[in-house]
Write a protein of this length. Structure first.
Lengths: 303, 458
């Protein structure tokens, strides 16, 4: 086969171009650490990487949301504990007022019940970060107010809820109605199920007047209310546990997905480095051989 | 036979070798000229006019250059035309698709899928903590970035579509110029051939011009009934002998200039690549972007606008919320100006004056998981586009490499037959040089003989 001069030059240029292109790609893959620099490098890998990146981003958001809910619930949990112990004290006071052998002064007992009622009112208006814990959705204003000796509720029945991943809705707050049994604004009080505040008001008055039957009725109501607060507390505890499990799940998923993403799009440094070395060898050999060819030629020998 | 005849014969040798040397010189000079076919002198003995006495043997009267041939291979030239069309089509396709790819996949965390994640992620944060105004600001800015990303991609695709229309016009103009050139060449070649000469340089130009047209429009060459060359474009002659038909662009279509209602059928070449981009590829991506933008705007607005949401949607200030997005195409989608001015206009709650309620925000965050476009989420639709453009670029690259490999083979064969090898020309040079010297020597000997004869006569 005849090999004319321009053919040699063309073939040399084409080979150098293709080797140089491979060297450039290898260097980019090594320096960026990423194998898929453009979707065309590996279309299905690129889609997989985008989907994994998206899932990781969603998991990050979920972790944030869970943290937010956890912080709310831990505030609520601590407050519920205090509410429970206050109610227990009121119960103890009521029991001792109902005891005919009791030597405590009725007035002193009644004053202590009033103090508990006021401190419960404060607890009911607990504010964390500018948000009232037991106001339902109306978190911007104190939900409980003492108007002429009666505690009124101005919040609503709202329960804060977020949807996290595929685990469905998670509720993480309790409105004042659920904890203290206060009626919603505008609703009439139910005489059979009075609020914590109404019970304590009745109890205090009954101790002062020495109406033992009413004191006894209040003790029963306080028992129910203690059970209720306990149940709310238990529910919060269960949810906190769910959140902890969810956080563990999210962390685990993040680890798995990060690994998969890395497997999908990361450069196999060793392999690319070897390839780079090979391409460099080819480049050097090609240029060397071509430089030799240029020197030899009939023209040189004719002179 | 006379000594004068010998001198004449030697002279014909001198002249023929000189001409052969000139051809060698021309070959060497054109060693790097594209489209040049190496030429060769065809030497032939000159027939004697009459038997030469006394032997009555018919001796030829020297040598002459009967023809100058160029090593031309019509089959390889046709093959090269076809491959040039393929290479033209795919190299244009690969370049343009790579541009589209850089629009759709601008790099990690800048693509549409990431922007959708950020947007819905911001809504989820707002759902969990609707009282914090920073969360509303985050939704506002993520919404704006998402809308801007859609706007940018749509605008860049439109710009590419406009660019391809401009490219089409440029190339059609180029084809018309080349067709005129080819028609002229065809005529000049016909005239030259009629007078019995071989117009090698014109034939080289004809081949180069034909190849340039093929690269643009994938034309093929046929021979007409009377031997004229026909450059065929989708069943009609672009150039027939000395007549060139012109093309023009009407409404983004390539049509025949003399019959504007008739579209030119172009299946290969750069123009086929442009038409594919213009008619299928770019509109395809535009439609997908518009689908995503429209679905996003409609779905989010249906939840965000109090008038559309059955359970209600209220802003931070307790007023009934309006649309979140305006515009329903990728180019026009934007965050509502009221929300841009005041992030408090974002609805998180289903009733007025309930700052702790994030149920609307929660519902909007769930849009990310809804299968809205062909059994896919919005994010999956955006990711699908990445895969689609990636595959398109990859297949254009593969096709380009395959057609280039074939083209290289044909070019190698062509070069092997018609390229200039300096070594070969140098050896020819030696042969012609020695032949010239030998002829000169013959003449010198004849001269001596003649001198001897003449001086002895005195």
């Amino acid at each position: 086969m005849r090999i004319p001069d321009n053919l040699l030059a063309q073939q040399f240029t084409a080979r150098i171009d293709s080797v140089t292109e491979k060297i450039a790609t290898d260097q980019l893959q090594i320096s960026s650490g990423i194998r898929i620099l453009q979707p065309s490098d590996d279309p299905s890998g690129a889609v997989q990487a985008a989907a994994l990146t998206s899932s990781l981003s969603q998991l990050g958001d979920q972790a944030q949301v869970v943290k937010q809910a956890q912080s709310w619930m831990s505030s609520e949990d601590a407050t519920l504990g205090q509410i429970y112990s206050q109610l227990q004290q009121a119960h103890t006071l009521a029991v001792s007022a109902a005891n005919p052998q009791s030597t405590d002064s009725s007035e002193a007992l009644a004053t202590q019940v009033d103090a508990i009622r006021n401190s419960l009112l404060q607890l009911a208006n607990t504010e964390v970060n500018g948000r009232y814990l037991f106001a339902g959705y109306k978190t911007d204003a104190a939900p409980f107010s003492d108007t002429g000796g009666t505690v009124n509720y101005t919040g609503d029945n709202g329960v804060k809820t977020v949807t996290v991943g595929d685990s469905g809705s998670i509720s993480f707050s309790h409105p004042g109605t659920a904890v203290f049994g206060t009626p919603l604004p505008g609703a009439a009080a139910d005489p059979a199920h009075p609020s914590v505040f109404a019970t304590l008001d009745t109890l205090s008055a009954a101790i002062r007047s020495g109406t033992t039957a009413t004191v006894q009725a209040s003790i029963d109501q306080l028992n129910t209310q203690l059970q209720n607060v306990n149940a709310v507390s238990a529910e919060t505890g269960t949810r906190e546990q769910q959140m902890t499990q969810l956080t563990d799940y999210i962390t685990q998923q993040q680890t798995v997905l990060t690994k998969t993403l890395s497997d999908t799009q990361s450069t196999d440094i060793a392999q690319v480095a070897i390839d780079l070395q090979q391409q460099q060898n080819i480049y050097q050999a090609t240029t060397y051989v071509t430089s030799l060819l240029g020197k030899e030629g009939l023209l040189q020998w004719l002179h | 036979m006379s000594l004068f005849t010998t001198i004449n014969t030697a002279l014909s040798g001198l002249l023929a070798q000189q001409q052969a040397l000139e051809i060698t010189g021309n070959n060497v000079a054109n060693a790097q000229t594209p489209g040049y076919h190496r030429q060769q002198a065809v030497l032939s003995g000159s027939p004697a006019t009459a038997p030469v006495s006394p032997s009555a043997i018919l001796l030829s009267a020297g040598v002459n250059v009967a023809d100058i041939t160029a090593s031309r291979n019509a089959f390889l030239a046709r093959q090269s035309d076809g491959l040039s069309g393929q290479v033209g089509r795919w190299s244009l396709g690969q370049q343009s698709l790579t541009s589209i790819q850089s629009v759709i996949a601008p790099g990690s965390n800048l693509d549409l899928s990431s922007m959708l994640d950020n947007f819905f992620g911001a809504w989820q944060q707002l759902a969990a903590d609707p009282e914090t105004s920073a969360n509303r600001n985050a939704v506002q800015s993520a919404g704006e970035t998402l809308a801007n990303t859609l706007n940018n991609q749509a605008n860049q695709l439109s710009a590419l579509a406009q660019q391809t229309t401009a490219d089409l016009t440029t190339r059609v103009d180029k084809i018309n110029t080349l067709a005129d050139t080819l028609a002229q060449l065809n005529q000049q070649i016909a005239v030259a051939q009629a007078s019995g000469t071989t117009p090698n340089d014109l034939l080289d130009q004809q081949e180069t011009t034909r190849n340039a047209i093929a690269q643009l429009a994938g034309t093929t060459t046929l021979s007409g009934n009377s031997g004229e060359q026909i450059t065929n474009l989708g069943g009609r002659a672009l150039v027939e002998g000395a007549v060139a038909n012109h093309l023009s662009v009407a409404n983004g279509q390539v049509v025949w200039a003399d019959q504007p209602s008739q579209a030119a059928t172009i299946h290969s070449g750069e123009i086929a690549g442009i038409q594919e981009l213009q008619q299928t590829v770019i509109p395809g991506y535009q439609t997908q972007l518009d689908d995503i933008a429209r679905t996003l705007a409609n779905t989010v607005n249906a939840l965000h606008n109090n008038a559309n949401n059955a359970t209600g949607a209220y802003t931070a200030t307790g007023t009934a919320a309006g649309d979140f997005f305006t515009g329903t195409t990728a180019a026009s989608i934007a965050v509502d100006p009221g929300i841009v001015a005041d992030a408090g206009q974002i609805a998180a709650a289903k009733t007025a004056s309930t700052p702790g309620d994030g149920s609307v925000a929660n519902a909007i965050a769930q849009v990310a998981k809804q299968l809205l476009i062909g059994n896919q989420t919005l994010g999956q639709a955006a990711q699908g586009m990445l895969g689609q453009i990636g595959t398109a670029v990859q297949s254009a690259q593969t096709n380009l490499q395959a057609s280039q490999a074939l083209q290289t083979q044909v070019q190698t064969q062509q070069a092997s037959q018609s390229g200039v090898s300096i070594d070969e020309e140098m050896s020819n040079l030696l042969v012609y040089q020695h032949a010239y010297e030998a002829s000169a020597h013959v003449m010198s000997v004849a001269n001596d003989m003649l001198s001897t004869f003449l001086s002895d006569m005195h």
